[in-house]
Design a protein around this ligand. Structure first.
Ligand code: COA
Length: 436
């Protein structure tokens, strides 16, 4: 398979060779390579294959939703913006402020969005003239390797150098550590769980970290409750709630809570009423040590219902239940299609609960409201990287909205939705007393 090497040393060596070749290419040539990636991956059901492979290998998510996510990564990840250049012209000459590549980037990619993140990182990183050595999640190795091999095939077909994106066969923490500490790797980008992201941030190198969120959605008394119910189910059930920006708890203003819950059940959410069953569900989702039960991450709602001895005759997308604001499913990011609902007496209390449940990740928050003051208050208080109003959370990454896609949402290090600009460093070219 193209781009897959036996050792991390060999992967770095190959990425270094291709970096030398890439540095001689123009931006227009690089843009053509990216165009080829988009076409190649959209052809011949390759997206479907990657999506099915991910579900089979990781046991997480839904293939049909992964198709939407992969398509989004391929079509809406932006290429380099040449408008990033600034010039300062005056009596003393010209100074050009521009961007240069970092070199070889070490990119750690997650189990939750494996091929999506690899495709998205590749487009952004190559656009800025970098090459990449990927350290994929060990439990998403096969699908990650397939994505890397196809990216190389698409690139070579368009005349690009070989091995612009590489990886190595044995995915172990030792080998990931090797990539993190190797002097040839000039930038690190980690998309994953908090442990691996913190490790990268402590590396002493330029690093971008994209980690957990626990996004709340607030619904007030002015919202269109039919649309809110539909949007929340669609957002919270996308790929069985694996995306870090998916709605993870719902806070509804008391006066509309009953109607909203009724609408959600009409739209296919399963409302769990029995206290004992809610307790049982909590024990399935969260271990005695208070950690999420990774065995159930990304499983379908039907899997949880079966565990609870409940049978439904339709493809249920989301389980909902009412609870107190301090319930562990409210305060813990599960990555499961389970949405706890908390009642608030008014918008002030709702925003307050949303802020506390989000847990200081400052990742994503959502509101359904037609009251501009309420929207503004929540926007200001939450201070999240992504803030969505009157739409499913995934509108935050360009799905059904304007803007662009990113699967590396870097709240921790402040790049936000990473794009090619995040993977380039600023430089100044100064020309004194010429062309003035
Ligand atoms: N290279 C080598 N090993 C790796 C690795 C990598 N790139 N990434 C993870 N691992 C290892 C871990 O060290 C761990 O090994 P261990 O079992 O020996 O301790 C194992 O793989 C599992 O790691 P991890 O997935 O982090 O832990 P988990 O199984 O407890 O958690 C999830 C599973 C899904 C909860 C976790 O991966 C997660 O939070 N993912 C979210 C990712 C995400 O989407 N982030 C935000 C995107 S914007």
């Amino acid at each position: 398979m193209k781009g897959i090497f036996t050792t991390p040393e060999a992967a770095i060596f190959a990425a270094n060779q291709s970096l030398k070749e890439l540095s001689c290419k123009s931006q227009s040539e690089i843009n053509l390579y990216i165009k080829s990636i988009r076409k190649f991956l959209l052809d011949n059901d390759r997206i479907k294959t990657l999506s099915q492979m991910a579900v089979e290998e990781t046991g997480m998510g839904r293939a049909e939703h992964k198709i939407a996510k992969n398509t989004l990564a391929i079509t809406k990840t932006p290429t380099n913006k040449t408008t990033d250049q600034h010039s300062y012209v005056g009596d003393l000459g010209i100074t050009l402020e521009g961007k240069k590549p970092y070199g070889i980037i070490g990119a750690i990619t997650p189990i939750t969005n494996p091929s999506e993140t690899i495709i998205c990182n590749t487009i952004g990183m190559l656009s800025s003239g970098n090459t990449v050595v990927f350290c994929p999640h060990p439990n998403a190795k096969k699908v990650s390797f397939q994505a890397i091999a196809w990216l190389n095939e698409a690139l070579v077909q368009s005349g690009a150098p070989e091995n612009l994106v590489t990886t190595y066969e044995e995915i172990t923490m030792e080998n990931t550590d090797y990539i993190i500490s190797n002097p040839s790797i000039s930038m690190l980008v980690a998309t994953g769980g908090p442990a691996i992201v913190n490790k990268v941030l402590k590396s002493g190198k330029k690093a971008i970290g994209a980690s957990a969120g626990n996004p709340p959605v607030v619904v007030d008394e002015t919202a269109d409750l039919n649309k809110a119910a539909r949007d929340i189910i669609n957002g919270a059930s996308l790929d069985n709630n694996l995306p870090c920006l998916a709605e993870k708890e719902l806070i509804a203003v008391e006066s509309i809570a009953d109607q909203l819950i009724f609408n959600m059940t009409n739209e296919g959410a399963y409302l769990l009423r029995d206290k004992k069953l809610i307790e049982q569900l909590t024990k399935i989702a969260i271990t005695e040590e208070g950690k999420i039960n990774t065995k159930f991450v990304g499983k379908s709602a039907s899997v949880f219902l079966t565990e609870l001895g409940i049978e439904v005759d339709y493809d249920c997308l989301l389980i909902i239940f009412e609870c107190d604001k301090s319930h562990p499913i409210v305060t813990t990011e599960l990555l499961m299609p389970i949405l706890p609902i908390v009642r608030a007496k008014d918008i002030s209390e709702a925003i307050d609960i949303a802020f506390k449940s989000e847990g200081g990740n400052f990742h994503t928050s959502v509101i359904h409201s037609k009251n501009i003051d309420n929207i503004n208050r929540m926007f200001t208080k939450m201070n999240t990287t992504i803030f969505v109003q009157n739409a499913p959370s995934y509108a935050g990454i360009g799905l059904g909205s304007e803007g662009y896609a990113s699967f590396t949402i870097a709240g921790v290090t402040g790049e936000g939705l990473t794009n090619s600009t995040s993977f380039a460093k600023k430089n100044h070219k100064v020309l004194v007393e010429s062309f003035a």
